[in-house]
Design a protein around this ligand. Structure first.
Ligand code: SF4
Length: 380
């Protein structure tokens, strides 16, 4: 693999045009939680006992040490293809704790997404508290449904009720907790709303919703597990802009269903004084809280300083689709959006990552047809 792609999510139509989280730290080769719907399997292979990647903290430290002073820092997602707190030798992996220490030492912000339990590991817990105290952390808990459904779809992960207690305890310690209600699955709406309410009562500062993406065969397997005939209920439509040769196309629920669920989750969040965002599923201009610089990762609920950002379709939509290149738009927006000429001050991996995603966005914008197709796929 090219080295920079170890730390950068690969550019694609959805990620490059809608997603702000493009830097990642992947300490493991796979994930032991074995979720049936896991999209990470398409990229890193099947579930199993995880191997550790000792070079990741070393590479992270090299990047962290070279970040320029006085400019917005990139945030890293720990991790995207496995659970960072899956148990290794009975506790939180030493490698993960090393990454947390590096982030703390060099003050690099982290977004951590997990289904794992961390409070049993005192050292890891205090590292998280230290990061939160410095405004360098947002902890995203994935809780999509109740214990019964989770025992079918996430057989090896801690139960959602355990995750909720954990989230509550961490929120009480001052850690900014966001709950990802995902994957959103037609037929499980009531469960999604129930866990969302429990999460908000447990102190979550925000919710993020992300609908299921699956192949037709994967959907049949999933609904069979849910004691359904295997026939997916509701309406499904293609997710990708085009088909990938040799790969089964992905489907996601129809826009009207996603819109309905998103509106319901947003109403629940608002009732509790929390924020709601969709993940790669709508333009942020739909949300009252949105302005350029506040992203759908809801990192602004926890980070003390504005992190490095690059323009996406959300900013184009906010400015009513100006005829500007991403670089021109970046200049128009100003900091924390970091434009090409200032990128030279960042380490090579950060430069390459931002430039690769901007180039992909620019190519997409050159094709009106593809932008229209992508916008048609979003919920409203
Ligand atoms: S916890 Fe995340 S990465 Fe691990 S199997 Fe489940 S969905 Fe996949």
């Amino acid at each position: 693999m090219v080295e920079w792609l170890e730390y950068v999510i690969k550019p694609s139509n959805y990620i490059s045009s809608l997603c702000y989280s493009v830097f990642r730290l992947e300490p493991f080769t796979t994930c032991s939680y074995g979720c049936t719907y896991c999209y990470a399997q398409w990229y890193r292979g099947p579930h199993g006992a995880p191997g550790e990647k000792p070079w990741v903290p070393r590479g992270f430290e090299r990047i962290a040490r070279r970040l320029p002073r006085g400019l917005p820092k990139p945030w890293f997602r720990l991790s995207t293809l496995s659970d960072p707190f899956q148990p290794v030798r009975g506790g939180v992996s030493a490698l993960v704790k090393k990454i947390l220490r590096i982030a703390l030492r060099y003050e690099v912000p982290l977004v951590i997404n997990t289904k794992g339990l961390v409070t049993r590991d005192e050292e890891a817990l205090w590292l998280l508290v230290g990061l939160a105290d410095k405004g360098l952390l947002v902890l995203q808990y994935t809780i999509g449904f109740g214990d019964g459904t989770a025992s079918l779809l996430e057989p090896m992960a801690p139960r959602p009720s355990e995750r909720l207690s954990e989230a509550e305890m961490l929120a009480r310690l001052g850690i900014p907790v966001i709950v990802r209600v995902q994957p959103l699955i037609p037929g499980l709406e009531q469960e999604h709303y129930r866990v969302a309410i429990q999460a908000l009562r447990s102190g979550a500062r925000g919710l993020i919703g992300e609908p299921l993406r699956e192949t037709r065969a994967g959907l049949a397997r999933l609904y069979k597990l849910l004691a359904n005939s295997g026939e997916p209920p509701g309406c499904w439509e293609p997710y990708q802009l085009g088909e990938e040769p040799g790969k089964e196309p992905l489907l996601h629920p129809c826009p009207w269903w996603r819109t309905r669920v998103n509106h319901a989750l947003e109403a629940l969040a608002t009732q509790h004084g929390a924020a709601y965002a969709t993940c790669k599923d709508s333009l942020l201009t739909l949300h009252k809280w949105y302005r350029p610089g506040k992203t759908c990762c809801l990192e602004w609920l926890g980070f003390r300083e504005e992190p490095l950002l690059r323009p996406t379709l959300h900013e184009y939509s906010y400015l009513e689709w100006p005829s500007l290149s991403p670089e021109q738009l970046c200049k128009e927006l100003g900091p924390p959006f970091i434009c090409d000429h200032r990128l030279d001050q960042y380490p090579a991996i950060i430069r390459k990552g931002v430039r690769a995603h901007l180039a992909k966005l620019e190519r997409l914008l050159r094709s009106e047809n593809r932008v229209r197709k992508l916008l048609e796929k979003l919920s409203t």
